[in-house]
Design a protein around this ligand. Structure first.
Ligand SMILES: *Cc1c(COP(=O)(O)O)cnc(C)c1O
Length: 405
């Protein structure tokens, strides 16, 4: 058993499960990893962290792996927390920060989760993985599977951004385009996994992706001097980002490392083209219904049904946060606004968060002095279709009338 893991726990019924065997869902719902936080608190201090390499593995006591030699890594560095004063000024907030996860291997925060999941899958004997993806999870799974010497099968909607399609194939994954959405891709994995000997790496269908994503929040907490921001804006697809945040902060609170008991208000951001969580939040429901005709240029949040819906909604509500759907037709506009203001390559999913910030400032749900952190979950460069622009052409042999440019 990994040193500080006490047990695994069914999210729906709190059943205790054995951490030394491979798990998928329990009662059709996700599984939490639980730690002996008292023991961690006796051995690990915030100061001891300071001397460790600046990677996600510096939080190893709070991660489930067995041994250093098990780690499948592409060098997951801590990511920068950058002040965004120009964008903040445009949106009426004086204390805006962007956590830039686009610098991780494969260009999105998905690397954190898949580094951890593939590390555990390898340790527990898996040879072949499969997953449905809205885009970046496939790219990350393909890369880490290659790194681990595993076979990988990826299923994605046929209109997934081109870079996501090609990065999977490039990393040697058997990659398939499906004339449907991520839930249709998920059905293929579910129906064939026994016959194909696939281990299902779908969001929340194994216990470890969420533990890897948790490091994004440990990293943020440490960068903030263990004093968490007032508001966090996060784009929501399958929800592991948000659920991981809630779990990370709860563990840090139990360790007694946080300066204040006040938790950040979490904002779950979706697009008007696909907003199942927002719909359930507004209706006061704990479970979300499948969102009809889901569409969004922000492919990572084009997830019409999430198996962890109740975990996302619980976390948002317990934090005093909110869920908001922004106008799909304005996502590219917010993307250009933010990248031009700060030079940080915001992906369309995070551009939706810029829209949410605009709305929540207008309604004064976010105050001008609130310390706000907006997550850039992926690199704009991966979204060729969303950033394509007609550029003016110059003729090398003709003089240019610069005064008209
Ligand atoms: C997957 C993804 C999201 C959504 O994250 P979840 O944890 O699935 O809710 C947001 N942005 C990008 C760039 C993604 O790839």
């Amino acid at each position: 058993m990994p040193r500080y893991v006490s047990h695994l726990e069914g999210a729906i019924d709190v059943a205790r499960l054995d951490p030394d065997v491979l798990h998928t869902l329990h009662q059709d719902r996700p599984i939490w990893v639980r730690y002996d936080l008292a023991a961690i608190g006796r051995e690990l201090t915030k100061e001891r962290l300071l001397s460790r390499p600046e990677t996600m593995w510096r939080y190893r006591e709070l991660l489930p792996y067995y041994d250093e030699s098990d780690v499948v890594s592409l060098g997951e560095r801590m990511t920068p927390l950058l002040p965004a004063p120009r964008l903040g000024a445009k949106l009426g907030t004086g204390n805006l920060w962007i956590k830039d996860e686009s610098l991780l291997p494969t260009g999105s925060f998905k690397s954190r989760g898949l580094a951890m999941a593939i590390t555990m899958a390898k340790r527990l004997g898996v040879k072949r993985v499969a997953l449905p993806t809205a885009g970046n999870a496939g790219g990350a799974a393909a890369a880490y599977a290659a790194r681990a010497g595993m076979e990988c099968f990826v299923f994605m909607p046929e209109d997934t951004p081109a870079i996501n399609q090609y990065e999977c194939a490039l990393a040697g994954a058997k990659t398939f385009l499906v004339n449907g959405l991520i839930n249709d891709c998920g059905r293929i994995v579910r129906e064939w996994k026994e016959r194909m000997c696939w281990f299902d790496l779908s969001t929340l269908k194994e216990p470890y992706r969420i533990e890897g994503k948790k490091t994004m929040w440990l990293d943020l907490a440490e960068q903030c001097g263990w004093e968490l921001p007032d508001v966090i804006l996060y784009p929501t697809g399958g929800g592991t980002g948000l659920i991981g945040m809630w779990k990370a902060f709860a563990e840090l609170a139990e360790l007694g490392w946080l300066r204040s008991a006040k938790m950040p208000r979490m904002v779950s951001v979706q697009s008007s083209g696909c907003a199942p969580i927002v719909t359930a939040f507004e209706k006061g429901e704990r479970f979300a219904e499948v969102f009809p005709n889901a569409h969004s240029i922000a492919s990572g949040i084009r997830v019409p049904a999430a198996v962890g819906d109740f975990m996302i909604l619980d976390a948002v509500r317990q934090s005093g946060g909110t869920a908001i759907a922004v106008d799909e037709s304005r996502i590219q506009e917010w993307m250009r606004l933010a990248v031009a203001a700060e030079g940080i390559p915001l992906c369309p999913e995070s551009a939706a968060c810029v829209g949410a910030l605009e709305h929540l400032r207008e309604s004064n749900w976010i105050k001008p002095t609130d310390r706000v952190v907006l997550f850039n979950t992926g690199a704009a460069q991966k979204y060729l279709e969303a950033i394509r622009t007609e550029l003016p052409r110059l003729d090398k042999s003709q003089p240019v009338a610069w005064e008209r440019m």
